[in-house]
Design a protein around this ligand. Structure first.
Ligand SMILES: NC(=O)c1ccc[n+]([C@@H]2O[C@H](COP(=O)([O-])OP(=O)(O)OC[C@H]3O[C@@H](n4cnc5c(N)ncnc54)[C@H](O)[C@@H]3O)[C@@H](O)[C@H]2O)c1
Length: 380
């Protein structure tokens, strides 16, 4: 056995395309793929968000390209793919991440919003997978395609009717696409984020500048009939056996490896980084005081003005109030506002999507990075 020899996961020479590369999960995945060596194209309906993801990659030494386009519109998808092929001649990796994080109760959902949410997710995954796979087949590339799902793909949560519908559909889209593309050596898998804690330093700095202290700005409840029955609440922190939520950086490490040639025979599978939450027996509530995992290996070394580089995830100790009221969320998704407040993504907005109401939870305004002493900052 060789001593001192270690394998390196490298995506050198590969080209990746991430859809919906907004400042939370998409940007985190895009940065990871770049740090592992890929050239990364960042698509978003909001071009400013795509450009911000590119700037983040470039600040960190990577190579990236911003793309503007709606993943549910065929001409936008073929034009985006053409732009990447024109720039770099190939596509090896596609991350179908774009989604409208729209939430609503079935009794309050309207058909237009229901259809729009489903169209973005389902069309986007279909079109990007189809056209990227064609480009791979034409060039003999045995690539990797990953769809970003949600816990709502696998379990029911109140207030998520459209979201649960399209995320659940995508869980089987992945298996079916994996079968169609297996003869070409192209792999199709999914990743299921579970309310990750945002860790993009720029996004956290923006929230601090905005003075956001709430996880999600709450909207007033609509007027409801006398017969309306309230649904339950969510407790993210208290349901994680290892005691700590994942971050987009954790997701990026996993997806980079999954997109590497080391994973050459993995297809039709789902991946999750959740400290054991999904494996947990439904009636079991972990005791507080978990030792926590080993520290996060950070990927963003950026010095944003007034902000220290991305710090490792906090390690929760037994003194951590894992079941504090602040750690109880009204939504299982970090990036969701209350079901009443979700709004359609807009390409017209000049604001990066981080400023939209469906953005992720605000960290504590008192500390530059989420810290273990601010439970409201540590989950999503
Ligand atoms: N945040 C969470 O806690 C969480 C949990 C589970 C799953 N997810 C999934 O992870 C992915 C990313 O989530 P996020 O928290 O970063 O959300 P986000 O809203 O911050 O980012 C989504 C991005 O997609 C873009 N987008 C929306 N519609 C688009 C379209 N038609 N074409 C192109 N781009 C479009 C938005 O502009 C935005 O930048 C989504 O698929 C989401 O469903 C998120």
């Amino acid at each position: 056995m060789l001593k001192g020899f270690a394998l390196e996961i490298s995506l050198d020479g590969k080209v990746a395309l991430v859809t919906g590369a907004g400042p939370n999960i998409g940007s985190g995945i895009a940065l990871a793929l770049a740090k592992y060596g890929a050239n990364v194209a960042c698509n978003d309906l909001n071009f400013d968000a795509a450009k911000a993801a590119v700037r983040r990659i470039e600040r960190n030494g990577g190579t990236a390209l911003a793309l503007s386009g709606d993943v549910s519109v065929e001409e936008d998808v073929t034009s985006n793919i053409g732009e990447v092929l024109g720039a770099w001649g190939r596509i090896d990796i596609v991350i179908n991440n774009a989604a409208w994080l729209h939430t609503n109760h079935i009794l309050e959902e309207d058909l237009a919003s229901f259809n729009r949410a489903i169209t973005i997710a389902v069309n986007g995954n279909f079109l990007y997978t189809k056209y990227a796979a064609l480009s791979m087949i034409e060039r003999g590339i045995k690539g990797s395609i990953v769809s970003i799902l949600s816990s709502n793909a696998w379990q029911g949560a109140a207030g998520f009717i459209a979201y649960a519908t399209h995320k659940g559909a995508l869980a089987n889209f992945v298996r079916a696409a994996a079968m169609d593309l297996a003869p070409y050596g192209i792999r199709v898998n999914s990743f299921t984020p579970t309310a990750p804690r945002p860790d993009n330093p720029e996004l956290l700095a923006q929230w601090r500048a905005e003075g956001r202290t709430e996880l999600r700005p709450r909207q007033p409840k609509p007027d409801r009939p006398a017969w309306w029955r309230e649904t339950g609440t969510y407790d993210v922190r208290g349901q994680i056996p290892m005691g700590e939520p994942a971050t987009p950086t954790d997701i990026g490490h996993c997806i980079a490896w999954l997109s590497s040639d080391y994973a050459r025979l993995i297809t039709g599978c789902d991946f999750v980084i959740d400290g054991g939450a999904r494996a947990k027996y439904w009636a079991y509530t972990p005791a507080p005081g978990a030792a926590g995992p080993v520290p996060l290996i950070p990927l963003d070394i950026t010095e944003v003005e007034g902000l220290s580089p991305a710090s490792p995830a906090p390690s929760f100790t037994s003194s951590e109030p894992s079941a504090s009221p602040e750690a109880s969320f009204t939504s299982p998704e970090a990036s969701f506002t209350s079901p009443e407040s979700s709004s359609e993504p807009s390409s017209a907005s000049s604001e990066p999507s981080s400023a939209s109401p469906e953005s992720s939870p605000a960290p504590s305004s008192a500390s530059p990075a989420p810290s273990s002493s601010s439970p409201e900052a540590s989950n999503g």
